[in-house]
Design a protein around this ligand. Structure first.
Ligand code: NDP
Ligand code: HSE
Length: 437
């Protein structure tokens, strides 16, 4: 089995190293030896340490390598939309199996890849694209195909989980925790894709597509990052016995007309400390799947890192090679359900709202009236004196309100009206709450 490897960076170099170190075992498991036909990179002169591979295998001609007649499997660990999309579409149409870790491309234009795989009768595997080393897509794609998945809730971005865990542990603000994540090598020099939620949104789209047999793209995912999460939000969460996580949530439900649909979103949320995802710390990932017959299932492990991600890539390489030798291909993309994606306004969630108010008669009634007007039911109310001022008539107080579940649009409209209320001096924080109801 001849492999074209596209990319030899953090993940690619570990793929190459493991292919060398485990060549005998891999050959035995597949039933044929694996050979590297070539490795496409951007810079031929880059120092690649002591990689156990002949220098003449490196090339900058990715197109030529992909088109090469003697390549069976294309492993893409470059990333980005183009030129990766062109390479992979060409490879699949030519009947070559593809293994990729490229979540950005799968979420942006998975359809182009799946269609090309169907045209070419080729395998398209991408276990490493979501949650790195964690075997997750294969269970969704195969093991759970006899069941009905209702909801997937995950922590799928290690960088933001490291930052939020640090904020929770030390009381640090976002900027300080990001600095620590950068110093320790968790956050990239440009952390935008992670902290603004783009990376998690791409993974959410891939998970939702597999869980609900429906094509969901990055543009269908409601996305909010963690840059606005403050130390005060974290303290507020702690006071409620909660912690804040950047969650990806994909859930089945009915739309406004009662038709079955899905909602897919990524945003920070408070979760109770007893929630299965609350104890997932540092840069770890975890995904909680709720299936009709199987019940709750938890997947946990390293979501990033060269060797961890290479493990998932190599698992796919073994699978596609076995398929080729057996003359079969894995089942095509399953998108038969074709469910509509609900707008964020129709997603059901809960809000935690902290309001700075004057501590005087009628304020609580006025605030409660706003919630009632939007048909939002209040679950708990807590009032604490603000700062060092003595509590009492006219002094500042903080009202902390947690709602029951309601459509996001109703909750957002409630907050908007609260902003204009005379009794409300300012809105200190608004966070969604997940789990526990
Ligand atoms: P890196 O930036 O470390 O490596 C990218 C590689 O691609 C480099 O070897 C680079 O060449 C090569 N490359 C870039 N542009 C071209 C081009 N035009 N032609 C040929 N080669 C090119 O990326 P990672 O290894 O971190 O990520 C690879 C993929 O894996 C991405 O899709 C990423 O999202 C995904 N992934 C990464 C994880 C991680 O922990 N890093 C985890 C899960 C998924 P050169 O070496 O010469 O610069
Ligand atoms: N930047 C990603 C993370 C890498 O922090 O989880 C894995 O996709």
């Amino acid at each position: 089995m001849r492999l074209a490897i596209l990319g030899c960076g953090t993940v690619g170099s570990e793929v190459v190293r493991l292919l060398h170190e485990q060549s005998a075992d891999l050959a035995a498991r597949i039933g044929a030896p694996l050979e590297i036909a070539g490795i496409a990179v951007r810079r031929l002169g880059r120092d690649r340490g002591d990689l156990p591979v002949a220098p003449e295998l490196f090339t900058t001609d990715a197109v030529g390598l992909v088109k090469s007649e003697d390549v069976d499997v294309v492993v893409e660990v470059v990333g980005g939309i183009e030129p990766a999309r062109g390479w992979l579409v060409d490879a699949l149409r030519a009947g070559k199996s593809v293994v990729t870790a490229n979540k950005a491309l799968l979420a942006e234009d998975g359809a182009a890849l799946h269609d090309a795989a169907a045209d070419g009768g080729a395998d398209l595997y991408y276990e490493a694209a979501v949650a790195g080393a964690i075997p997750l897509l294969r269970p969704l794609r195969e093991s759970l195909h006899g069941d009905r998945i209702n909801r997937v809730t995950g922590i799928v971005n290690g960088t933001t989980n490291f930052i939020l865990s640090a904020m929770d542990a030390t009381g640090a603000g976002f900027a300080e925790a990001l600095e620590e994540a950068t110093e320790l090598g968790y956050a990239e020099a440009d952390p935008t894709a992670d902290v603004e939620g783009f990376d998690a949104a791409a993974k959410a789209a891939i998970l939702a597509s597999l869980a609900f047999h429906t094509r969901v793209g990055a543009a269908d995912v409601h996305r909010e990052g963690i840059t606005e999460v403050t130390a005060a939000d974290v303290a507020s969460a702690k006071a409620m016995g909660c912690t804040i996580k950047l969650l990806c949530i994909a859930a089945r439900g009915a739309d406004a007309t009662g038709r079955e649909s899905v909602s897919v979103r990524v945003h920070p949320a408070m979760i109770p400390l007893g929630h299965p995802l609350a104890s997932v710390g540092d840069a770890y990932n975890a995904v909680f799947v709720e299936a009709e017959a199987a019940g709750p299932l938890m997947f946990y492990g390293r979501g990033a890192g060269g060797a961890a991600t290479a493990s998932a890539v190599l698992g796919d390489v073994v699978a596609v090679c076995r398929n080729r030798l057996a003359g079969v291909r894995a089942p095509s993309e399953s998108a038969y359900a074709d469910l509509a994606v609900r707008p964020m306004g129709e997603a059901l969630t809960r809000y935690h709202v902290s309001l700075d108010v004057a501590d005087k008669p009628g304020v609580l009634a006025a605030v409660a009236g706003v919630f009632a007007r939007h048909d939002v039911s209040i679950a708990t109310v807590r009032q604490v004196p603000a700062g060092a001022e003595p509590a009492g008539r006219g002094a500042d107080a903080v009202l902390v309100i947690v709602t029951h579940t309601a459509p996001d649009a109703a909750l957002a409209a409630t907050v908007e009206e609260l902003r204009g209320l005379d009794a409300v001096r300012s809105i200190a924080s608004v966070l969604r709450v997940e789990g526990g109801e």
